[in-house]
Design a protein around this ligand. Structure first.
Ligand code: CTP
Ligand code: CA
Length: 224
C-alpha cells in the first residue's frame, strides 16, 4: 500500500465530513434549524487535511472559515446535504458531524406567509433523510469507515450504542451536550463507541478532539 510521507499518512485517501446545522425552509424568510456552530466538524476536517487526506466538507449554514486544503460544499437543507454527500462518493471514510434537522415543513411556500385573522399556520412536518444511515448501507460504494456523532442529554452511552446499531455505522462519537461550554463552546468531552468497546476521552479543545479522531481514522484506514 502507498503511504504518505511521515506525518501525512492519509495522502491518497478521500474523506467526507458533514458539519454544521441544516436549515429547512418554511417560506423565503423562515427556517426550521438546529443548534450547531460547526466547530467540531470543521476541526475534524482540518485535522484530516493536515494528515494529507483529500477532504470534502459538506457544510450547513455556519460562519466559519474553510480549513486550509479542504474542499467545501455549502448546503442548506438535509436533502441538499445528502445530495452533496453522495456526489462526493466514493470515499475511504465518512464522518457525519452535522446536526441535521430531523424534520422539515412538508411544504416550503414560495411567497412569505402573512399574519392574519386565521392565526398561526398549523405546520405539518415530514422526516428528513438520514445521511449517516444512507452512507452506511452495505453496498459497493460504502466507505470503509463510517463514523457518526451522537449528541445526547441523558443516558449517553446507552443511546450511543443503540445509534451505532441502528445506523449501521462503525463508530459513534458520543457527547453529553448538557456539559457546560460544549454546545457552541470551544471544548468537547466525548466517548468513542465501537462495536468492541468504549473509550472515554478527556475533555479538551475541539481542535484536539479533531486531531485525535483524525489520527484514529488514519490508523484504521492504513490497517484495513
Ligand atoms: N444524522 C444524519 N442525518 C439525519 C440525522 C442524523 O446524518 N437526518 C447523523 C448525524 O450527523 C450524527 C448521527 O446521525 O452523526 C446521529 O444524529 P442524532 O441526531 O443524534 O440521531 P438521530 O438518529 O436523529 O436520533 P435522535 O435525534 O432522535 O436522537
Ligand atoms: Ca436527530
Amino acid at each position: 500500500m502507498l503511504e504518505g510521507p511521515a506525518g501525512r499518512p492519509l495522502v491518497g485517501k478521500k474523506v467526507l465530513v458533514t458539519a454544521g446545522p441544516t436549515a429547512e425552509p418554511l417560506d423565503p424568510v423562515r427556517l426550521l434549524t438546529n443548534r450547531s456552530s460547526g466547530r467540531q466538524g470543521f476541526a475534524i476536517a482540518a485535522s484530516l487535511a493536515a494528515l494529507g487526506a483529500e477532504v470534502t466538507l459538506v457544510a450547513g449554514p455556519v460562519s466559519l472559515p474553510t480549513p486550509p486544503g479542504v474542499k467545501r460544499v455549502d448546503v442548506e437543507s438535509a436533502r441538499e446535504m445528502l445530495a452533496a454527500s453522495q456526489a462526493a462518493l466514493p470515499v475511504d471514510a465518512a464522518v457525519c458531524v452535522a446536526a441535521v434537522a430531523d424534520w422539515r415543513p412538508d411544504e416550503a411556500f414560495g411567497v412569505k406567509l402573512k399574519k392574519g385573522k386565521d392565526g398561526p399556520p398549523q405546520l405539518r412536518l415530514v422526516e428528513n433523510p438520514d445521511i449517516l444511515a444512507t452512507l452506511a448501507v452495505d453496498n459497493p460504494q460504502r466507505p470503509r469507515l463510517v463514523v457518526g456523532f451522537a449528541a445526547e442529554t441523558n443516558d449517553v452511552l446507552e443511546h450511543a450504542r443503540a445509534k451505532l446499531a441502528r445506523k449501521g455505522c462503525d463508530w459513534i462519537i458520543a457527547n453529553d451536550v448538557t456539559e457546560p461550554g460544549v454546545m457552541g463552546g470551544s471544548e468537547n468531552a466525548v466517548m468513542l463507541v465501537t462495536k468492541t468497546g468504549v473509550e472515554r476521552w478527556e475533555r479538551e479543545a475541539k481542535e484536539s478532539v479533531g486531531a485525535k479522531l483524525a489520527a484514529r481514522i488514519a490508523e484504521a484506514l492504513i490497517q484495513s
